[in-house]
Ligand binder design. Structure first.
Ligand SMILES: [Zn+2]
Length: 317
């Protein structure tokens, strides 16, 4: 696939609609056989003027575009802006604000914010492969600048348990490999151990701190504990790799995003986790990896702002 190597190249390259079209076709239909995303028919006809295909399959001449069935569906923003925006967000090391993206692309901050959340959906880990080898597990609290918050919001937020106005997040990391992050309701045994079992292969070496919630994992794992009241490192037993990830994450969230609603926190975790997991790739490779995950996902404005509860997937992915 022909792709640009830098942000500047991406902006210039995708400025041509024909390049966007070639890119999207190769991404979605790698064998070059474009088919209707709704019925799968290849009896289709490209209408250049409207930049859509007409389906002559079961669809009675219904139209579909390059965006149909992807995170871009129903967006009035052109692919010429979407693709550089995706490049920008996927590759910025420390996160980027919706104000900056808006200015760079000539869209409103509100549009940029919505675009960024859709792109984060593509950055969500799609794998259920379990972590193995040496694995660190740890939790942290994120958020909470209650001082600067409106009183009604503050009252609502400070009633939660543990970390007061902060949100509990758990991280599980394979040394030299990938990280998984998840927002957890609390740090009790049931919550933490369920995540460990979901993400870590039985028999792996598991390193945690001395939190009692981890007790009992030794039946499934080679579980070793480092008691932070005594020391932080005991040979290979430590959670320092994850600690480093937490500090990156917090710097990015507090530096770039100012404040993140707990409701949206998992989206920022997906973004930061994706970039970490793809840290050994080039910008172009990282871009392609995320873009391969745009199909079959949708996020509407109502879902994002909490007006709808369920994630809608297209009827015929
Ligand atoms: Zn069709």
């Amino acid at each position: 696939m022909e792709t640009p190597d830098s942000l500047r190249d991406a902006i210039v390259y995708f400025d041509e609609f024909e390049h966007c079209r070639e890119f999207m076709v190769e991404l979605r239909w790698p064998d070059g056989k474009v088919a209707c995303p709704r019925c799968g028919s290849d009896k289709i006809f490209w209408i250049a003027k409207e930049r859509v295909w007409k389906c002559y399959g079961k669809h009675d001449h219904a139209k579909f575009s390059l965006k149909t069935g992807t995170i871009f569906e129903d967006s009035p923003i052109a692919l010429q802006k979407w693709l550089p925006a995706a490049w920008l967000i996927i590759n910025c090391k420390n996160g980027i604000s919706s104000y900056e993206v808006g200015r760079a692309l000539g869209v409103t901050q509100k549009s940029a914010w919505f675009m960024m959340h859709r792109i984060r959906l593509a950055m969500q880990s799609g794998t259920f492969e379990k972590l193995s080898g040496e694995v660190e597990a740890d939790e942290t609290f994120i958020g909470g600048k209650a001082r600067n918050m409106h009183v009604s919001k503050r009252q609502r937020r400070i009633t939660g348990t543990g970390g007061k106005d902060k949100t509990a997040v758990m991280g599980i990391m394979e040394r030299g490999g990938k990280v998984r992050t998840v927002v957890i309701p609390n740090r009790r045994k049931s919550a933490l151990q369920a995540e460990v079992k979901k993400h870590v292969e039985a028999g792996a070496a598991l390193y945690t701190d001395a939190l009692l919630s981890y007790e009992g994992l030794a039946t499934d794992y080679a579980h070793r504990v480092v008691d932070h009241a005594v020391q932080y490192v005991d040979g290979r037993v430590h959670t320092n790799c994850l600690e480093k990830f937490w500090s990156l994450l917090k710097r990015s969230i507090s530096g770039t995003y100012v404040s993140v609603e707990p409701f949206h926190l998992f989206r920022y975790l997906d973004e930061q986790g994706f970039r970490y997991n793809e840290r050994k790739s080039t910008d172009a490779e990282r871009f392609i990896t995320a873009m391969k995950q745009i199909v079959g996902k949708r996020l509407t404005f109502d879902e994002l702002t909490g007006k709808a509860n369920k994630l809608q997937l297209p009827a015929h992915p």
